[in-house]
Design a protein around this ligand. Structure first.
Ligand code: DX5
Ligand code: ZN
Length: 219
């Protein structure tokens, strides 16, 4: 079994002091930091772009797990790589040619992530799995933090685990959206090994992020 890793989403952090918030995550033992990039077009919300990521990255040592919810994504991959993304995750619906976008991320020597919305089926990406480092399963419709977890996506995690075993592949399975101390257990049991969480990590237990990270990891 793969080690359970925690990727806190800075969407729920205090935006007036993001650098300090990332430092706090590092000190609390987060494995990486999840950066939600939204364009007001692919999803109905807008967040941060490359200049902010670049500045944050300069002052931190933790890997940046960058989740691009932007369309068309292809022409922006370079900018996010240059800004310091370590993992670049894209949605198949946001590119005309998934193969070209995967190639681009690999050429830039970044880890390739592909994300499946709650409605998107695993078979869309089956033929690409051998070139992918991580599959991000959305357990809410992307766009906002603080939404309710959709348990029906757990079946896709099990499906991916079985393909990974059968094809002798090694990609990580990350889950994103509405993760709390109860459903994290279900996600891990299904086979997810990276948990994204914004609200639970930044708001539970009076914002004690170390306790919240430890609790999520040990469920
Ligand atoms: C949703 C984002 C998520 C989400 C996580 O579009 O991709 O990363 O905001 O936040 P919580 O844990 O609050 O659902
Ligand atoms: Zn995300």
């Amino acid at each position: 079994m793969k080690k359970i890793q925690i990727s806190p989403s800075i969407l729920s952090a205090n935006f007036s002091k993001l650098g300090d918030e990332i430092k706090r995550l590092e000190d609390a033992g987060a494995d990486m930091v999840h950066v939600d990039v939204m364009d007001g077009h692919f999803v109905p919300n807008l967040t941060i772009g490359p200049p902010v990521i670049k500045t944050l990255k300069k002052n931190s040592s933790i890997p940046f797990d960058v989740h691009l919810m932007i369309s068309p994504v292809h022409k922006y991959i370079q900018a996010y790589a240059d800004a310091g993304a370590d993992i670049i995750t894209i949605h198949p619906e946001a590119t005309d040619n998934l193969q070209n976008s995967i190639n681009k991320i690999r050429e830039l020597k970044k880890k390739v992530g592909v994300s499946l919305n709650p409605e998107t089926k695993v078979n869309i990406i089956t033929e690409f799995l051998h070139q992918i480092d991580l599959v991000l399963i959305m357990s809410v419709n992307p766009g906002f933090g603080g939404q309710k977890f959709m348990p029906e996506v757990l079946g896709k995690i099990k499906e991916l685990v079985s393909i990974r075993k059968k094809e002798k592949l090694n990609f990580d399975i990350e889950i994103d959206g509405g993760i709390n101390f109860e459903n994290s257990k279900l996600a891990i049991e299904a086979g997810a090994n990276i948990l994204v969480s914004g609200t639970t990590i930044f708001k539970s237990n009076n914002g004690d992020i170390k306790t919240n990270i430890d609790l999520l990891r040990s469920t």
